[in-house]
Write a protein that binds this ligand. Structure first.
Ligand SMILES: C[S@@+](CC[C@H](N)C(=O)[O-])C[C@H]1O[C@@H](n2cnc3c(N)ncnc32)[C@H](O)[C@@H]1O
Ligand code: SF4
Length: 339
């Protein structure tokens, strides 16, 4: 299948539960507070429920990103019981296509499973030429059900190649603009205005000033236990050999910043760089969701909003520790853990 994502790469075996637990303990020792089980596809790991439970026992705030194909009422109940706090379901189109099978057609019947669940659900889609004609419908469908929803621009690989056609710039820009408008009105666009602005700058080819905190405030661990600065920049160092000094050394401008599409890293970086500007806009947007403040007559909706304290202003779950200044011994890092 020609796809924008590498999740269908089944060439490597699942890491064992024992290895994963060992890596998790090490990651925790490094001061990591939050973990995102991303994959590949985390739900195909045979021990995913136990893994979530172990993450919680170690004290991680825990989220999971999935295409949702394997979700059942029973599995959601088990994940909830294990302590999973946040789930992201990826939905790119209303119906599947050769580029992506992540469609609302598959997911809609499953949304009901979350109605009484403590797991906070949000939906994230990827926009490219193939998905663009249906991206607005994806956004509308998620928002109309009260689910925080985001659709974001497809990004290139480290060699700056797009695996799929990105789509016409003007139309993409109009769509991003419309999301900024809706965000400002208080709708549950599950990303920050800072990231929407950043994506618009990407489209326009404008330079954005920022310092990448990937490898420091957040990092990835591969299915082989390798320490990855981010999903695009990999190292051969094993997570068991990583030190705090290794992490601090990654708080620097990086040669791959221009055009970077690793939005979780950009988001964490912008928050570190401009906490007041980023958080200020988010607070205003969220305040508009409170009916008594801005919408005295609005009707109630199902609310899957995440618990306070686990979500970043852009809706991601990667950011920890201080949001300003340089590294210090007290800083915490966050993992996007790959299984
Ligand atoms: C490793 S992926 C896949 C995890 C899981 N299988 C899923 O479908 O959610 C994690 C997220 O990154 C997104 N993603 C993958 N490749 C991307 C790209 N080239 N541009 C933008 N987002 C991408 C996916 O759509 C998904 O939401
Ligand atoms: S700028 Fe940072 S997040 Fe982006 S590709 Fe480079 S290391 Fe990764």
């Amino acid at each position: 299948m020609q796809s924008y994502c590498t999740e269908y790469d089944n060439s490597r075996p699942h890491p064992s539960l024992d290895d994963l637990k060992k890596w998790l303990r090490k990651i925790r020792e490094l001061g990591t507070m939050r973990i995102a089980l991303v994959g590949g596809e985390p739900l195909i790991h045979p021990n995913i429920v136990e893994l979530v439970r172990y993450c919680r026992e170690l004290g991680f705030a825990t989220s999971l990103t999935t295409n949702g194909f394997l979700l059942t009422r029973k599995l959601i109940a088990e994940l909830e019981d294990a302590g999973l706090q946040v789930m992201q379901i990826s939905v790119d189109r209303m119906t599947p296509s050769p580029i992506t099978k992540k469609s609302f057609k598959t997911i809609l019947p499953k949304l009901d499973y979350f109605r009484d669940s403590k797991i906070s659900l949000h939906i994230t889609g990827v926009i490219c030429a193939d998905t663009l004609p249906e991206s607005r419908a994806v956004l509308e469908t998620g928002l109309s059900r009260g689910i925080p929803t985001e659709v974001r621009l497809v990004h290139a690989d480290p060699l700056r190649r797009f695996r799929v056609d990105r789509g016409p710039r003007e139309e993409l820009e109009r769509f991003i603009d419309s999301m900024i408008e809706r965000k400002r009105r208080g709708e549950k666009i599950h990303t920050s205005e800072a990231i929407l602005n950043y994506q618009r700058s990407l489209l326009r080819g404008e330079h954005v000033e920022w310092t990448c905190v990937a490898g420091y405030k957040l990092f990835f661990v591969s299915a082989q236990g390798k320490f990855w600065i981010c999903s695009m920049v990999h190292t051969d160092k094993h997570i068991m050999d990583v030190t705090l000094d290794d992490l601090y050394a990654n708080y620097r401008k990086k040669s791959c910043q221009e055009g970077c599409g690793v939005y979780c890293a950009v988001s964490a970086s912008l928050l570190v760089e401009k906490p007041i500007a980023v958080l200020g806009k988010e607070i205003v947007a969220r305040a508009k969701r409170v009916p008594s403040i801005f919408h005295p007559s609005s009707s109630p909706r199902i609310d899957y909003a995440p618990p306070a304290g686990i979500t970043n202003p852009d809706g991601t779950h990667e950011m920890n520790g201080r949001t300003n200044g340089g590294p210090s011994a007290d800083d915490r890092v966050t993992l996007r853990k790959s299984v």
